[in-house]
Structures are given as C-alpha cells and as structure tokens.
Design a protein around this ligand. Structure first.
Ligand code: NZQ
Ligand code: ZN
Length: 382
C-alpha cells in the first residue's frame, strides 16, 4: 500500500527529562497545565513541572478523570477562553493527554456544539499547541493524533494531525508510583495496539511485521517483570518505550488494520466502567476465536514468532496461540471474559445496540464485520 509517514513529536526520554521543558516551551506562551485526580501532586511530578516552568507564565486545571469526561473538559475550555491561555501542557496518563487534545481543538471550535468534534468529526481551523509529560505508558497518545472522550456511556474518539503533541517527556522513573493494576492495564493496552495493526492478513510488510514482533516480545517479556519486580527501572524503560512505539503511527503504515477490539472495548468501558486495558483483554481472545479463518496466516505467524508455537496442525497451532494469549493476559492479572467482570448475556445486547447507534458497521481489516459477527464475538467473550 502507498503511505506517507511523519511523526513530529519531539521526545525527551529518561530520568530528569521534565527539566527540558524549561527551554523547549517558548517563554512567550501562557501555559495551561492540565492534570488528573492528583497522582502528580503525590509523586513529585507536579513539583518537577513547577520547577521547569519557573520562568514561564502558567495556570493549572486539575480533575480530569480517567476516561475524560466532556463536561469536565468544557470547564477547562471556559477557563482557557476567559484567561487567554495559548499553550497546553498535559501532565498525566492517556486520559489527561486525550482530554487536553480535545481542549486544543474545542477552545478554537466555531460551531454550535463542541461535542460534534467527537460525534461528527467536525473540527474548526485553529488548534492550540500542546505538549505532555506522560506518567502512564499505555495509550501512545503522547505522540499520536488520536483522542478519546466520554460523555455518560458514549465513549467516542477523533483524530487530527493538529493535536499531536509537540513535545512528549517520557521519564520511566515517574511510572514507579503506578499501581500494579495500572501497570498491567498499560502493558495489555500496548500489546493489543500492536495486534490491531498486525493480526490481520499477510501483505509481506516485513519491516512492519518484525517491528511488531519486537514490540510484542518486549511486552510479553517485560510486562510480567514489571509486576514481579516493580522497582526495576530497566523494565519500566522498556515498557514505556514499547508503549509509545506501539501507537505512534510507525508500525501501522502500509498495512491493513483491525481495531474492532477497541471499538467493542470502548462500549464496555462506557457501560460498565471497566478500565480501557481490561476491556481489551476481555474482547481480543473472542475476536481471535471468531476471526480465526480470516486471520489464519497472521495468527500462525504470531504464534510461531512470539510464543514459539511450531508444532501441530494449523487448527492446533491457532488454538495454542489463542490459549497463549489468554495465558499472558492472566499472567498480567487482567480479566479475560465478561464473566470475569460479572457481566452476562444482557451485556451482549447492550453493547450491540450501542455499537449500532454509534454506526460501527463494516469494521475489521476487511470491513466485513457486521451485527451477526459482532454478536458472535460478544458471545465468545462471555
Ligand atoms: O488521575 P490521576 O490522579 O493522575 O491518576 C491516574 C488514573 O487514576 C493514575 N496514574 C497515572 N499516572 C500515574 C498514576 N498513578 C500513580 N502514578 C502515576 N505515575 O492512573 C489512572 C489511569 O490513568 P489514565 O490516564 O486513565 O490511563 P491510561 O493512560 O490507560 O489512559 C486511558 C484512556 O486513554 C484512552 C482510553 O480509551 C482511556 O480513555 N486511549 C487513548 C488512545 C489514544 N489517544 O491514542 C488509544 C487507546 O487505545 C485508548 O483508547
Ligand atoms: Zn487502547
């Protein structure tokens, strides 16, 4: 496939790199620092940002939730307009970065209802520049163009080049205060990001395939270590860089992509408040089961190159690869079925109806996943 590739985010990786913001963000900007529920105030990240911005003019907006809420973000939009901020610095996980991406375009939105940015993909001309200090390796939001925002049970996304962060500081040390649950969620999210771009059908894209396999092997090896030896900075560093590379655009160029696991997962989060990474570990094995024929070539390749599954018939190898994927998720202590989050057949109906309302038809790498197949996937996730 033809493709054009650029990723313009300047990344500062490593311990102490928050200090680079002092010189990297122009001094003439009035910065709004955005953050979540307060983790950055407990772990010293906020203090490092304050030190770095000592010579800048800045204000702050805290309280952006996990799975950032539209109503909260609109309060920040009012503040930006009232106080004349012209630069955004997100300090937090994917939710804070995504919410801040929404602020970047919502503050410049000229239409009636800024929710249309998400519901209808409407974006006006302007966008505020933004940068971020990432505190949770998972989403890749720190150097990509996507953002996911929720309003009640509606969890929607938009993509726009203008919201790609200018600068992303990735200091693995700041991830040491993450809970075991958030570490696991992040590893699983990144793992599934790779699979959404890899587990499709073969197109002889050797570079992309081998980048993907490198990332999958890294996450498979380092993920359990991040739980077992949480103080290990080398492990944290490898996890953090893998998560960024998993969704910065590089591995997805020129290849078919799936994303059906994410679209179903977002509905599960919207209705049942399940963390993003955990929604994916519930859905992905079911997608592999239902789509085993369409994905046969790549499931066999994934099994062989990532899990070393080389023996048996194709059917046996595919079964073994699905089992190995589930075993990895269990090792990461995340749920692997709807039953694991105490949901049953009624969830299948709720999610199907909502996918329908959100117009999620013709999904998957071949655009051939309709209602019947979505039902089969959800049933397989029970
Ligand atoms: O809010 P605070 O107090 O900061 O606490 C957060 C939050 O409770 C905490 N946390 C973050 N860094 C920490 C920390 N706690 C201690 N120490 C630290 N260093 O972790 C909790 C979860 O944070 P959140 O930002 O919600 O997690 P994540 O990074 O997994 O982001 C999830 C959101 O990103 C979206 C998801 O749908 C979800 O809304 N995604 C965004 C994508 C993108 N922009 O490309 C792609 C993904 O597929 C995903 O959909
Ligand atoms: Zn994800």
């Amino acid at each position: 496939m033809q493709f054009s590739f650029e990723n313009t985010t300047r990344i500062h990786f490593g311990e102490g790199q928050i200090a680079t913001l002092a010189k990297d963000i122009p001094k003439d900007k009035k910065i709004l620092v955005t953050y979540g529920g307060g983790s950055i105030k407990k772990n010293g990240v906020y203090d490092q940002v304050v030190t770095a911005l000592a010579e800048h003019q800045w204000g702050e907006f805290g309280g952006i939730e996990a799975n950032p809420q539209y109503d909260t973000l609109m309060k920040a939009v009012e503040m930006i307009k009232a106080e004349g901020f012209d630069y955004l610095l997100a300090v937090g996980g994917g939710s804070v970065v995504d919410g801040t991406k929404f602020l970047s375009v919502a503050a410049k939105y000229e239409g009636e209802d800024p929710w249309d940015i998400l519901a209808k993909g409407k974006i006006s001309e302007g966008a505020m520049p933004l940068s971020c200090v990432l505190t949770l390796p998972a989403t890749g939001s720190e150097s990509n163009t996507a953002a996911v925002v929720s309003r009640g049970s509606d969890k929607l996304f938009f993509h726009d080049n203008r919201v790609r962060p200018e600068i992303a500081v990735l200091d693995p040390k700041v991830t040491l205060t993450l809970s075991e649950r958030q570490v696991a969620n992040g590893v699983v999210d990144a793992f599934v990001h790779v699979l959404e771009q890899y587990l499709t059908y073969p197109v002889n894209a050797k570079v992309q395939d081998r980048f993907c396999e490198g990332l999958l092997l890294t996450l498979k090896e380092e993920g359990p270590k991040a739980l077992a030896t949480p103080e290990d900075m080398e492990v944290r560093s490898n996890v953090m860089w893998a998560a960024t590379m998993a969704l910065n655009g590089l591995i997805g160029v020129g290849v078919p992509q799936d994303w059906v696991t994410h679209m179903i997962g977002h509905e599960l989060t919207g209705f049942y408040d399940v963390d993003h990474g955990r929604s994916l570990s519930i859905v992905l094995p079911a997608v592999m089961k239902v789509r085993r024929e369409q994905k046969k070539g790549k499931i066999l390749q994934f099994g062989e190159r990532v899990f070393n599954i080389t023996e048996g018939s194709d059917v046996e190898r595919i079964d073994a690869t699905i089992e190995a994927t589930v075993a990895f998720f269990k090792e990461m202590k995340v749920p692997v079925s709807l039953a694991d989050i105490e949901q049953g057949p009624e969830a299948v109906e709720t999610v199907l109806e909502s996918l329908n309302i959100h117009g999620r038809e013709g999904m998957g790498e071949r655009g051939d996943i309709g209602q019947a197949e979505l039902r089969a996937i959800l049933a397989a996730a029970l």
